[in-house]
Design a protein around this ligand. Structure first.
Ligand SMILES: Cc1cc2nc3c(=O)[nH]c(=O)nc-3n(C[C@H](O)[C@H](O)[C@H](O)COP(=O)(O)OP(=O)(O)OC[C@H]3O[C@@H](n4cnc5c(N)ncnc54)[C@H](O)[C@@H]3O)c2cc1C
Length: 474
């Protein structure tokens, strides 16, 4: 449904200076930033309640040099964060893209806290793979549902209109300049809304099977764990308007979605010293590399299934996440006092599991590395009572997208910015490069928060500048 129509001769029912498509974190933050800079903004959201993938996420946002880090004695900087992002993606992302978001995200979180009362705190009791400092920030419940609820509350309190059940089905353009959008309501009725600037905050193409097959074929049959409304509209519109795209095969997978419960099991279960075994009770990988690339690795195991095995100490760390508490409440987390009892519950070969755990115990005691390259140095032993969760690999969201400049303006194939089109969050090219392994934890909300604020402010400023120009021409 992502069409571009000619704006010639079209009358719009009403016109709003800044229209934002998508009511996830990127869209809500863009609307707040635009409103603050004096522009009237309108958020158009296809669902009855704005949630997006943001609501499905753990709501954890990486940010360097924040006051919460300083209070916890954590040393960090935008440069250090940028180096971590680039190292994880093996030098693939554009350094300018990385620098832009790593510098903007800390101030953006402090702004959301100070101005809109979002009570962030830093996760200071474990380190995500690839982060050289503890810099994940979250709200009290550590859930994306709380993040989107609080952002929606802030938008409503600011008096910004959010039109729900309002799917944008086409853009009206004159050449590369967008003049407005076509909104289709659930009853099939159509409205035309004009705009001076358009912000694409409608995420990536994870929910579009054909686009996933084309760009991320290794996860074509994987469970899609993101928001189904993310159909790649931003990508398709951008391409049709001549926008540059980059790293379309990039994505975030996750190798730890409880199956069949369908709940995310925090990767702290692994980083804190847990391991994954297949249905034969054997380890099959260096799980510690990262949860994103682990999705395809788990899917290559028999039945696409693995068991994450850990212990009560690790479960206690994981319990700070609502998802994990839910998984426990649903009975997805098995518990046993011995490897043999655990194997019985898991229905895997008891001797194989016992041998695997004994080997892990030896590696931990010696601080050695295994044949897959995982180092167990400094890793506490796994002790009874043991825990296990049956998991599968899933696609969470895509990381490729529209190329943007320092003002989050969408850039054409020739490198010049399109006149009035902006992209933020999953609609824009992320900073993860072209592979799942390039995804550093938090890269998703990083671009939603950082680019959302940049896009909103830049769109409002551009609209104001255009208005001044028009006035002086009259
Ligand atoms: C299970 C899970 C866990 C995650 N955990 C984390 C995490 O802890 N940290 C992190 O950084 N990232 C995480 N992510 C990624 C993160 O959720 C996304 O990167 C982020 O939410 C993207 O925000 P967004 O605003 O761009 O998109 P979304 O939140 O998906 O919002 C896009 C909105 O656009 C709407 N929309 C789409 N098309 C249209 C249209 N044509 N018209 C109108 N509306 C439209 C959709 O309905 C949706 O509401 C996770 C993702 C998943 C799936």
């Amino acid at each position: 449904m992502s069409r571009i129509l000619s704006a010639e001769g079209v009358t719009f029912e009403f016109t709003v200076p800044v229209v934002v498509i998508g009511g996830g974190a990127a869209g809500m933050i863009a609307a707040l930033a635009a409103h603050e800079r004096g522009a009237e903004a309108l958020v158009l959201e296809r669902d009855a309640l704005p949630q997006g993938s943001t609501a499905l996420s753990a709501g954890l946002i990486p940010a360097p040099g924040t006051r919460w880090q300083r209070a916890a004695g954590i040393e960090d900087s935008a440069e250090r964060f940028a180096a971590d992002i680039i190292a994880k993606a093996k030098g693939e992302p554009d350094p300018a893209d990385v620098s832009r978001v790593s510098r903007a995200v800390g101030p953006a979180l402090e702004w959301l806290a100070d101005r809109y009362g979002l009570p962030f705190s830093v996760v200071d009791n474990f380190t995500y793979p690839g982060h050289s400092a503890r810099r994940m920030h979250g709200l009290p419940s550590r859930s994306g549902a709380e993040l989107i609820d609080r952002l929606r509350g802030a938008v409503e309190a600011a008096g910004i209109d959010v039109l729900c059940e309002a799917q944008v089905t086409a853009l009206y353009a004159e050449g590369p300049r967008v003049r407005g959008v076509e909104v289709t309501r659930p009853d099939g009725s159509v409205e035309r809304v004009g705009c001076a600037a358009l912000i694409l905050a409608c995420n990536g193409y994870g929910g579009n099977r054909a686009l996933v097959e084309r760009h991320v074929p290794e996860l074509a049959d994987a469970l899609y764990f993101g928001h189904p409304g993310n159909q790649g509209d931003a990508l398709l519109w951008g391409e049709a308007l001549g926008a540059a795209t980059r790293h379309l095969s990039g994505h975030q997978g996750h190798g730890s979605v409880a199956h069949p419960a369908g709940i995310l099991v925090t990767w702290a279960t692994v980083t804190e010293g847990g391991v994954q075994v297949n249905t034969e009770g054997k380890r099959f990988s260096n799980e510690a590399q990262g949860y994103s690339e682990q999705a395809a690795v788990v899917l290559r195991q028999p039945d696409g299934i693995a068991w994450t095995v850990f212990d009560e100490r690790i479960a206690a760390v994981a319990r700070q996440f609502e998802d994990f508490r839910q998984a426990e409440a649903m009975g997805a987390v098995l518990s046993a006092d011995s490897p043999a009892d655990l194997a019985r519950l898991m229905k895997v070969d008891a001797d194989a599991l016992a041998a695997t755990l004994a080997e892990v115990g030896r590696l931990k005691a010696a601080g050695g590395s295994d044949g897959f390259g995982r180092s167990f140095a400094g890793s506490a032993p796994l002790v009874a009572p043991y825990r296990a969760v049956r998991v599968t690999g899933a696609l969470f969201h895509t990381q490729g997208g529209l190329v943007v400049d320092d003002g989050a303006r969408v850039v054409s194939g020739e490198g010049a910015p399109l006149p009035n089109l902006y992209a933020a969050g999953g609609a824009a090219c992320g900073v993860s490069g072209s592979k799942a392994s390039g995804y550093l934890s938090g890269n998703g909300l990083l671009t939603a928060v950082a680019l959302g604020r940049i896009a909103g402010a830049a769109a409002a400023d551009a609209v104001a500048a255009d208005a001044v120009k028009e006035e002086s021409n009259q």
